[in-house]
Design a binder for this molecule. Structure first.
Ligand code: GUN
Ligand code: ZN
Length: 440
Protein backbone atom coordinates (compact mmCIF):
# COMPACT_ATOMS: atom_id res chain seq x y z
CA UNK A 1 0.00 0.00 0.00
CA UNK A 2 1.11 3.54 -0.69
CA UNK A 3 -0.43 6.96 -0.18
CA UNK A 4 -0.10 10.30 -1.93
CA UNK A 5 -0.86 13.66 -0.39
CA UNK A 6 -1.71 16.66 -2.60
CA UNK A 7 -4.80 18.43 -3.91
CA UNK A 8 -6.96 15.77 -5.60
CA UNK A 9 -9.48 16.02 -8.44
CA UNK A 10 -11.98 13.26 -9.10
CA UNK A 11 -15.57 12.94 -10.38
CA UNK A 12 -18.86 11.92 -8.80
CA UNK A 13 -20.29 8.88 -10.62
CA UNK A 14 -23.51 10.73 -11.48
CA UNK A 15 -25.29 14.05 -11.19
CA UNK A 16 -25.34 17.37 -13.05
CA UNK A 17 -22.68 16.99 -15.78
CA UNK A 18 -21.42 20.50 -15.10
CA UNK A 19 -20.95 19.87 -11.37
CA UNK A 20 -19.41 16.43 -11.20
CA UNK A 21 -15.94 17.38 -10.02
CA UNK A 22 -14.96 16.63 -6.42
CA UNK A 23 -11.90 18.55 -5.27
CA UNK A 24 -9.85 18.19 -2.10
CA UNK A 25 -7.46 21.07 -1.39
CA UNK A 26 -5.42 18.77 0.84
CA UNK A 27 -6.27 15.20 -0.05
CA UNK A 28 -4.95 11.69 0.43
CA UNK A 29 -5.01 8.99 -2.25
CA UNK A 30 -4.39 5.49 -0.91
CA UNK A 31 -3.41 2.86 -3.47
CA UNK A 32 -2.96 -0.88 -3.13
CA UNK A 33 -3.92 -4.25 -4.63
CA UNK A 34 -7.52 -5.42 -4.88
CA UNK A 35 -8.54 -9.10 -4.60
CA UNK A 36 -7.28 -9.75 -8.16
CA UNK A 37 -3.92 -8.09 -7.48
CA UNK A 38 -4.71 -5.03 -9.60
CA UNK A 39 -3.43 -1.81 -8.07
CA UNK A 40 -6.48 0.32 -7.38
CA UNK A 41 -7.58 3.30 -5.34
CA UNK A 42 -8.40 1.93 -1.87
CA UNK A 43 -9.44 5.24 -0.32
CA UNK A 44 -9.54 8.90 -1.26
CA UNK A 45 -10.64 12.01 0.59
CA UNK A 46 -9.46 14.81 2.87
CA UNK A 47 -6.00 14.16 4.33
CA UNK A 48 -7.08 15.01 7.87
CA UNK A 49 -10.01 12.61 7.83
CA UNK A 50 -8.14 9.68 6.22
CA UNK A 51 -4.67 9.94 7.72
CA UNK A 52 -5.48 8.22 11.06
CA UNK A 53 -6.85 5.14 9.26
CA UNK A 54 -3.70 4.84 7.15
CA UNK A 55 -1.13 6.02 9.67
CA UNK A 56 1.20 3.08 8.85
CA UNK A 57 1.16 3.62 5.09
CA UNK A 58 4.13 5.50 3.60
CA UNK A 59 3.02 8.87 2.22
CA UNK A 60 4.54 10.80 -0.68
CA UNK A 61 3.72 14.47 -0.25
CA UNK A 62 3.50 16.76 -3.27
CA UNK A 63 2.76 20.22 -1.86
CA UNK A 64 1.25 22.65 -4.34
CA UNK A 65 0.46 19.87 -6.82
CA UNK A 66 -2.86 18.44 -8.05
CA UNK A 67 -3.43 14.72 -8.50
CA UNK A 68 -6.02 14.09 -11.22
CA UNK A 69 -7.20 11.01 -13.13
CA UNK A 70 -5.03 9.98 -16.07
CA UNK A 71 -6.62 11.18 -19.29
CA UNK A 72 -8.58 8.82 -21.52
CA UNK A 73 -8.30 9.46 -25.26
CA UNK A 74 -10.95 7.93 -27.49
CA UNK A 75 -9.42 8.26 -30.93
CA UNK A 76 -6.05 8.79 -32.57
CA UNK A 77 -3.80 7.25 -35.22
CA UNK A 78 -0.40 6.17 -33.97
CA UNK A 79 0.94 6.02 -37.57
CA UNK A 80 0.05 9.67 -38.14
CA UNK A 81 2.40 11.42 -35.73
CA UNK A 82 4.39 12.75 -38.71
CA UNK A 83 1.20 13.91 -40.44
CA UNK A 84 0.32 16.54 -37.81
CA UNK A 85 0.01 19.97 -39.38
CA UNK A 86 -0.31 18.83 -43.01
CA UNK A 87 -2.62 21.30 -44.71
CA UNK A 88 -5.30 20.24 -47.17
CA UNK A 89 -8.58 21.50 -48.53
CA UNK A 90 -10.37 18.83 -46.59
CA UNK A 91 -10.37 15.24 -45.41
CA UNK A 92 -10.14 13.33 -48.69
CA UNK A 93 -7.18 15.24 -50.26
CA UNK A 94 -5.48 15.17 -46.84
CA UNK A 95 -5.78 11.38 -46.77
CA UNK A 96 -4.52 11.01 -50.31
CA UNK A 97 -1.65 13.49 -50.23
CA UNK A 98 -0.26 13.08 -46.73
CA UNK A 99 -1.80 10.29 -44.69
CA UNK A 100 -1.78 7.33 -47.04
CA UNK A 101 1.85 7.97 -48.14
CA UNK A 102 2.97 8.04 -44.49
CA UNK A 103 0.97 4.94 -43.53
CA UNK A 104 2.63 3.00 -46.38
CA UNK A 105 5.91 3.25 -44.47
CA UNK A 106 4.48 0.96 -41.76
CA UNK A 107 5.18 -2.08 -43.92
CA UNK A 108 8.59 -1.95 -42.21
CA UNK A 109 8.65 -3.48 -38.70
CA UNK A 110 11.48 -1.11 -37.70
CA UNK A 111 9.46 1.88 -38.77
CA UNK A 112 6.50 0.60 -36.74
CA UNK A 113 8.60 0.11 -33.63
CA UNK A 114 10.17 3.55 -33.58
CA UNK A 115 6.79 5.17 -34.29
CA UNK A 116 5.12 3.15 -31.51
CA UNK A 117 7.87 4.04 -29.05
CA UNK A 118 7.54 7.74 -29.80
CA UNK A 119 3.74 7.69 -29.74
CA UNK A 120 3.46 5.98 -26.36
CA UNK A 121 6.10 8.22 -24.83
CA UNK A 122 4.20 11.25 -26.11
CA UNK A 123 0.88 9.99 -24.68
CA UNK A 124 2.50 9.50 -21.28
CA UNK A 125 4.30 12.85 -21.35
CA UNK A 126 0.90 14.45 -21.91
CA UNK A 127 -0.86 12.52 -19.16
CA UNK A 128 -2.85 10.06 -21.29
CA UNK A 129 -3.05 6.67 -19.57
CA UNK A 130 -5.81 5.00 -21.61
CA UNK A 131 -6.00 5.28 -25.40
CA UNK A 132 -8.03 3.85 -28.25
CA UNK A 133 -6.00 4.30 -31.41
CA UNK A 134 -5.75 3.20 -35.02
CA UNK A 135 -2.82 1.22 -36.39
CA UNK A 136 -2.34 0.69 -40.15
CA UNK A 137 -3.45 -2.15 -42.43
CA UNK A 138 -0.17 -4.00 -41.67
CA UNK A 139 -0.43 -6.60 -38.87
CA UNK A 140 3.12 -5.71 -37.88
CA UNK A 141 1.94 -2.20 -36.96
CA UNK A 142 -0.53 -3.68 -34.46
CA UNK A 143 2.03 -5.98 -32.90
CA UNK A 144 4.54 -3.14 -32.53
CA UNK A 145 2.10 -0.89 -30.70
CA UNK A 146 0.78 -3.57 -28.36
CA UNK A 147 4.34 -4.62 -27.55
CA UNK A 148 5.33 -1.08 -26.62
CA UNK A 149 2.15 -0.43 -24.62
CA UNK A 150 2.62 -3.66 -22.72
CA UNK A 151 6.11 -2.52 -21.65
CA UNK A 152 4.62 0.59 -20.05
CA UNK A 153 1.53 -1.18 -18.64
CA UNK A 154 -0.57 1.31 -20.56
CA UNK A 155 -4.26 0.59 -21.08
CA UNK A 156 -4.25 0.59 -24.85
CA UNK A 157 -6.80 -0.54 -27.42
CA UNK A 158 -5.94 -0.83 -31.10
CA UNK A 159 -6.58 -3.02 -34.12
CA UNK A 160 -5.71 -3.83 -37.70
CA UNK A 161 -7.03 -1.20 -40.08
CA UNK A 162 -9.48 -2.93 -42.42
CA UNK A 163 -9.29 -1.47 -45.90
CA UNK A 164 -9.83 -3.58 -49.01
CA UNK A 165 -10.66 -0.94 -51.62
CA UNK A 166 -10.39 2.74 -52.60
CA UNK A 167 -6.89 3.30 -51.21
CA UNK A 168 -3.37 2.90 -52.69
CA UNK A 169 -2.85 -0.74 -53.54
CA UNK A 170 0.06 -1.31 -51.18
CA UNK A 171 -2.01 0.05 -48.30
CA UNK A 172 -4.89 -2.33 -48.83
CA UNK A 173 -5.07 -5.50 -46.73
CA UNK A 174 -2.98 -8.12 -48.53
CA UNK A 175 -3.96 -11.63 -49.63
CA UNK A 176 -2.22 -14.59 -48.01
CA UNK A 177 1.33 -14.94 -49.33
CA UNK A 178 0.78 -18.65 -49.84
CA UNK A 179 -2.28 -17.85 -51.91
CA UNK A 180 -5.67 -19.35 -51.44
CA UNK A 181 -7.02 -16.59 -49.22
CA UNK A 182 -8.05 -13.31 -50.73
CA UNK A 183 -7.27 -9.96 -49.12
CA UNK A 184 -10.68 -9.54 -47.54
CA UNK A 185 -10.76 -12.99 -46.01
CA UNK A 186 -7.15 -12.65 -44.88
CA UNK A 187 -7.87 -9.30 -43.16
CA UNK A 188 -10.59 -11.01 -41.12
CA UNK A 189 -8.37 -13.98 -40.30
CA UNK A 190 -5.62 -11.57 -39.25
CA UNK A 191 -8.12 -9.70 -37.07
CA UNK A 192 -9.17 -12.92 -35.40
CA UNK A 193 -5.57 -13.97 -34.80
CA UNK A 194 -4.71 -10.57 -33.33
CA UNK A 195 -7.74 -10.74 -31.01
CA UNK A 196 -6.57 -14.16 -29.79
CA UNK A 197 -3.02 -12.89 -29.26
CA UNK A 198 -3.70 -9.55 -27.58
CA UNK A 199 -7.23 -8.95 -26.35
CA UNK A 200 -7.37 -9.06 -22.56
CA UNK A 201 -3.62 -9.62 -22.21
CA UNK A 202 -2.46 -7.45 -19.29
CA UNK A 203 -4.16 -4.10 -19.90
CA UNK A 204 -4.46 -4.42 -23.68
CA UNK A 205 -7.69 -4.56 -25.66
CA UNK A 206 -8.53 -5.18 -29.30
CA UNK A 207 -10.71 -3.01 -31.52
CA UNK A 208 -12.18 -4.26 -34.80
CA UNK A 209 -11.15 -1.37 -37.03
CA UNK A 210 -12.76 -0.76 -40.43
CA UNK A 211 -11.14 2.54 -41.47
CA UNK A 212 -14.43 3.96 -42.75
CA UNK A 213 -17.18 2.51 -44.90
CA UNK A 214 -15.81 3.84 -48.25
CA UNK A 215 -12.57 1.82 -47.97
CA UNK A 216 -14.25 -1.50 -47.14
CA UNK A 217 -16.23 -3.83 -49.41
CA UNK A 218 -19.59 -5.16 -48.29
CA UNK A 219 -17.90 -8.49 -47.62
CA UNK A 220 -15.31 -6.92 -45.33
CA UNK A 221 -17.89 -4.95 -43.35
CA UNK A 222 -20.07 -8.04 -43.07
CA UNK A 223 -17.13 -10.10 -41.81
CA UNK A 224 -16.17 -7.38 -39.34
CA UNK A 225 -19.76 -7.34 -38.04
CA UNK A 226 -19.68 -11.12 -37.63
CA UNK A 227 -16.49 -10.86 -35.58
CA UNK A 228 -18.08 -8.07 -33.51
CA UNK A 229 -20.96 -10.41 -32.66
CA UNK A 230 -18.63 -13.29 -31.86
CA UNK A 231 -16.44 -11.17 -29.55
CA UNK A 232 -18.86 -8.87 -27.69
CA UNK A 233 -16.26 -7.45 -25.31
CA UNK A 234 -13.92 -6.48 -28.14
CA UNK A 235 -14.20 -2.83 -29.17
CA UNK A 236 -15.11 -1.45 -32.61
CA UNK A 237 -13.68 1.80 -33.97
CA UNK A 238 -14.23 3.69 -37.20
CA UNK A 239 -15.05 7.13 -38.63
CA UNK A 240 -18.41 8.60 -39.56
CA UNK A 241 -20.03 11.83 -40.75
CA UNK A 242 -16.87 13.93 -40.65
CA UNK A 243 -16.95 15.71 -43.97
CA UNK A 244 -19.57 16.42 -46.67
CA UNK A 245 -17.61 14.81 -49.55
CA UNK A 246 -16.96 11.73 -47.44
CA UNK A 247 -20.66 11.46 -46.59
CA UNK A 248 -21.73 11.80 -50.23
CA UNK A 249 -19.21 9.08 -51.18
CA UNK A 250 -20.45 6.71 -48.47
CA UNK A 251 -24.09 7.31 -49.47
CA UNK A 252 -23.18 6.54 -53.06
CA UNK A 253 -21.46 3.28 -52.16
CA UNK A 254 -24.15 2.06 -49.75
CA UNK A 255 -27.40 3.44 -51.20
CA UNK A 256 -29.70 1.00 -49.46
CA UNK A 257 -28.72 2.14 -45.95
CA UNK A 258 -30.83 4.96 -44.55
CA UNK A 259 -27.76 7.05 -43.64
CA UNK A 260 -23.97 6.82 -43.52
CA UNK A 261 -24.15 5.83 -39.84
CA UNK A 262 -26.90 3.33 -40.60
CA UNK A 263 -24.50 1.55 -42.98
CA UNK A 264 -22.45 0.48 -39.96
CA UNK A 265 -25.60 -0.60 -38.12
CA UNK A 266 -26.68 -2.63 -41.16
CA UNK A 267 -23.42 -4.60 -40.98
CA UNK A 268 -23.62 -5.24 -37.22
CA UNK A 269 -21.01 -2.64 -36.33
CA UNK A 270 -23.07 -0.42 -34.07
CA UNK A 271 -23.22 -1.66 -30.49
CA UNK A 272 -21.84 -0.97 -27.03
CA UNK A 273 -18.06 -0.57 -27.14
CA UNK A 274 -18.30 0.88 -30.68
CA UNK A 275 -16.55 4.25 -30.85
CA UNK A 276 -17.14 6.37 -33.94
CA UNK A 277 -14.86 9.33 -34.56
CA UNK A 278 -16.37 12.73 -35.46
CA UNK A 279 -20.18 12.19 -35.71
CA UNK A 280 -20.51 15.81 -36.85
CA UNK A 281 -23.11 15.84 -39.62
CA UNK A 282 -25.84 13.82 -37.91
CA UNK A 283 -29.60 14.19 -37.89
CA UNK A 284 -31.78 13.10 -34.99
CA UNK A 285 -32.35 9.67 -36.51
CA UNK A 286 -28.57 9.11 -36.42
CA UNK A 287 -28.38 10.39 -32.86
CA UNK A 288 -31.15 8.02 -31.80
CA UNK A 289 -29.36 5.15 -33.56
CA UNK A 290 -26.20 5.90 -31.56
CA UNK A 291 -28.17 6.14 -28.33
CA UNK A 292 -30.21 2.99 -28.85
CA UNK A 293 -27.15 0.96 -29.83
CA UNK A 294 -25.15 2.21 -26.84
CA UNK A 295 -22.39 3.37 -29.21
CA UNK A 296 -20.30 6.46 -28.47
CA UNK A 297 -18.76 9.37 -30.37
CA UNK A 298 -15.10 10.31 -30.17
CA UNK A 299 -15.24 14.09 -30.42
CA UNK A 300 -12.07 15.36 -32.11
CA UNK A 301 -12.19 19.16 -31.99
CA UNK A 302 -8.60 20.07 -32.96
CA UNK A 303 -8.89 17.82 -36.00
CA UNK A 304 -12.31 19.13 -36.97
CA UNK A 305 -11.10 22.73 -36.74
CA UNK A 306 -7.82 22.00 -38.57
CA UNK A 307 -9.39 20.07 -41.46
CA UNK A 308 -12.40 22.37 -41.60
CA UNK A 309 -14.72 19.41 -41.10
CA UNK A 310 -17.32 21.15 -38.93
CA UNK A 311 -18.46 21.38 -35.32
CA UNK A 312 -19.69 18.52 -33.16
CA UNK A 313 -23.23 19.37 -32.07
CA UNK A 314 -23.10 19.02 -28.28
CA UNK A 315 -26.65 20.27 -27.82
CA UNK A 316 -27.96 17.70 -30.29
CA UNK A 317 -26.04 14.89 -28.61
CA UNK A 318 -27.36 15.85 -25.17
CA UNK A 319 -30.91 16.38 -26.40
CA UNK A 320 -31.13 12.88 -27.88
CA UNK A 321 -28.80 11.41 -25.30
CA UNK A 322 -25.94 9.48 -26.85
CA UNK A 323 -22.52 9.12 -25.27
CA UNK A 324 -19.36 10.92 -26.24
CA UNK A 325 -15.88 11.75 -25.03
CA UNK A 326 -12.80 13.59 -26.26
CA UNK A 327 -9.99 12.54 -28.53
CA UNK A 328 -6.86 14.05 -30.06
CA UNK A 329 -7.22 12.43 -33.52
CA UNK A 330 -3.52 12.83 -34.25
CA UNK A 331 -2.57 13.43 -37.11
CA UNK A 332 -5.74 15.22 -38.30
CA UNK A 333 -5.65 16.61 -34.78
CA UNK A 334 -2.94 19.08 -33.96
CA UNK A 335 -1.81 18.12 -30.46
CA UNK A 336 -1.22 15.26 -28.06
CA UNK A 337 -2.19 17.52 -25.16
CA UNK A 338 -5.57 16.87 -23.51
CA UNK A 339 -5.50 20.54 -22.48
CA UNK A 340 -5.39 21.65 -26.12
CA UNK A 341 -8.18 19.20 -26.94
CA UNK A 342 -10.38 20.44 -24.07
CA UNK A 343 -9.82 24.06 -25.11
CA UNK A 344 -10.73 23.28 -28.71
CA UNK A 345 -13.86 21.49 -27.45
CA UNK A 346 -14.74 24.62 -25.57
CA UNK A 347 -14.48 26.69 -28.77
CA UNK A 348 -16.66 24.13 -30.56
CA UNK A 349 -19.22 24.25 -27.75
CA UNK A 350 -19.24 28.05 -28.01
CA UNK A 351 -20.10 27.74 -31.69
CA UNK A 352 -23.11 25.63 -30.72
CA UNK A 353 -24.06 28.14 -28.05
CA UNK A 354 -25.50 30.58 -30.56
CA UNK A 355 -27.94 27.89 -31.60
CA UNK A 356 -28.71 26.22 -28.31
CA UNK A 357 -27.62 28.41 -25.40
CA UNK A 358 -25.06 25.80 -24.43
CA UNK A 359 -21.60 26.54 -23.09
CA UNK A 360 -19.35 23.76 -21.93
CA UNK A 361 -18.24 24.11 -18.33
CA UNK A 362 -14.64 23.29 -17.38
CA UNK A 363 -15.80 20.40 -15.21
CA UNK A 364 -17.72 18.93 -18.11
CA UNK A 365 -14.78 19.37 -20.48
CA UNK A 366 -12.43 17.61 -18.05
CA UNK A 367 -14.98 14.84 -17.47
CA UNK A 368 -15.24 14.27 -21.24
CA UNK A 369 -11.52 13.46 -21.32
CA UNK A 370 -11.49 11.25 -18.19
CA UNK A 371 -14.53 9.64 -16.53
CA UNK A 372 -16.87 10.41 -19.45
CA UNK A 373 -14.49 8.91 -22.00
CA UNK A 374 -14.07 5.85 -19.76
CA UNK A 375 -17.85 5.45 -19.64
CA UNK A 376 -18.00 5.66 -23.45
CA UNK A 377 -15.51 2.77 -23.59
CA UNK A 378 -17.54 0.70 -21.13
CA UNK A 379 -14.76 1.23 -18.56
CA UNK A 380 -16.66 3.35 -16.07
CA UNK A 381 -15.30 2.76 -12.58
CA UNK A 382 -12.23 1.09 -14.07
CA UNK A 383 -10.22 4.04 -15.41
CA UNK A 384 -10.67 7.80 -15.85
CA UNK A 385 -11.52 8.47 -12.23
CA UNK A 386 -9.98 8.22 -8.78
CA UNK A 387 -12.92 6.83 -6.87
CA UNK A 388 -12.24 3.75 -4.72
CA UNK A 389 -11.92 0.67 -6.93
CA UNK A 390 -10.58 2.54 -9.98
CA UNK A 391 -7.23 1.51 -11.41
CA UNK A 392 -4.64 3.87 -10.03
CA UNK A 393 -3.53 5.77 -13.15
CA UNK A 394 -3.03 9.43 -12.38
CA UNK A 395 -1.28 12.62 -13.33
CA UNK A 396 0.45 15.08 -11.06
CA UNK A 397 -0.18 18.61 -12.27
CA UNK A 398 1.99 21.56 -11.38
CA UNK A 399 -0.11 24.72 -11.61
CA UNK A 400 3.11 26.75 -11.25
CA UNK A 401 4.65 25.14 -14.32
CA UNK A 402 4.89 28.39 -16.28
CA UNK A 403 4.95 32.01 -15.10
CA UNK A 404 1.56 32.67 -16.65
CA UNK A 405 -0.02 29.51 -15.20
CA UNK A 406 1.35 30.40 -11.75
CA UNK A 407 0.07 33.95 -11.99
CA UNK A 408 -3.36 32.97 -13.25
CA UNK A 409 -4.06 29.89 -11.11
CA UNK A 410 -3.11 31.83 -7.97
CA UNK A 411 -6.04 34.15 -8.71
CA UNK A 412 -8.62 31.36 -9.00
CA UNK A 413 -11.39 31.80 -6.46
CA UNK A 414 -13.43 28.75 -7.44
CA UNK A 415 -12.85 25.26 -8.79
CA UNK A 416 -14.26 26.26 -12.18
CA UNK A 417 -11.81 29.16 -12.41
CA UNK A 418 -8.91 26.90 -11.50
CA UNK A 419 -9.88 24.23 -14.03
CA UNK A 420 -10.49 26.80 -16.76
CA UNK A 421 -7.06 28.38 -16.15
CA UNK A 422 -5.44 25.01 -16.69
CA UNK A 423 -7.56 24.13 -19.73
CA UNK A 424 -6.80 27.44 -21.42
CA UNK A 425 -3.12 27.79 -20.47
CA UNK A 426 -2.07 24.17 -19.99
CA UNK A 427 0.03 21.84 -22.13
CA UNK A 428 2.62 19.14 -21.49
CA UNK A 429 4.48 21.43 -19.07
CA UNK A 430 1.54 21.25 -16.68
CA UNK A 431 1.91 17.46 -16.41
CA UNK A 432 4.76 17.01 -13.95
CA UNK A 433 4.45 13.24 -13.88
CA UNK A 434 2.21 10.48 -15.15
CA UNK A 435 1.84 7.56 -12.78
CA UNK A 436 0.74 4.17 -14.07
CA UNK A 437 0.60 2.42 -10.78
CA UNK A 438 0.54 -1.06 -12.32
CA UNK A 439 4.12 -0.47 -13.40
CA UNK A 440 5.44 -0.67 -9.86
N1 GUN B 1 -11.49 9.01 -42.23
C1 GUN B 1 -10.88 7.92 -42.75
N2 GUN B 1 -9.60 7.85 -42.38
C2 GUN B 1 -9.37 8.94 -41.62
C3 GUN B 1 -8.20 9.41 -40.94
O1 GUN B 1 -7.13 8.83 -40.97
N3 GUN B 1 -8.36 10.57 -40.25
C4 GUN B 1 -9.54 11.23 -40.18
N4 GUN B 1 -9.61 12.36 -39.49
N5 GUN B 1 -10.63 10.80 -40.82
C5 GUN B 1 -10.55 9.66 -41.53
ZN1 ZN C 1 -9.32 9.29 -37.15
Amino acid sequence: MKAYRAAILRFAPEGDPHQLAVFEDDGLLVVGPNAQGTQVVLAVGPYRALQPRFADVPVTHWPGRIIAPGFVDLHSHYPQTNVIGSPAEGLLPWLENYTFPEEKRFSSPEYCTQAATFFIAELLRNGVTTALTFATSHPTSVNALFTEAQKHKLRLITGLCLMDRHAPVDLLNQPSVRGGTDATEQSLLDTQALIARWHGVDRLGYAITPRFAPTSSDAQLRGAGELAARYPDVWIQSHVAENHEEIAWARDLFPTSSSYLATYADFGLLRQRAIYAHCIHFDDADRALMRDAGAAAAVCPTSNLFLGSGFFDYAGADRVGFQYGLANDVGGGTSFSPFHTMLAAYYVGREGQTKAGLSLSPQHLWWQHTAGAARALGLEGVVGNLQPGCEADFVVLNPQATPLLARKTALASSLDELLFSMIVLGDDRLVERTVIYQAF
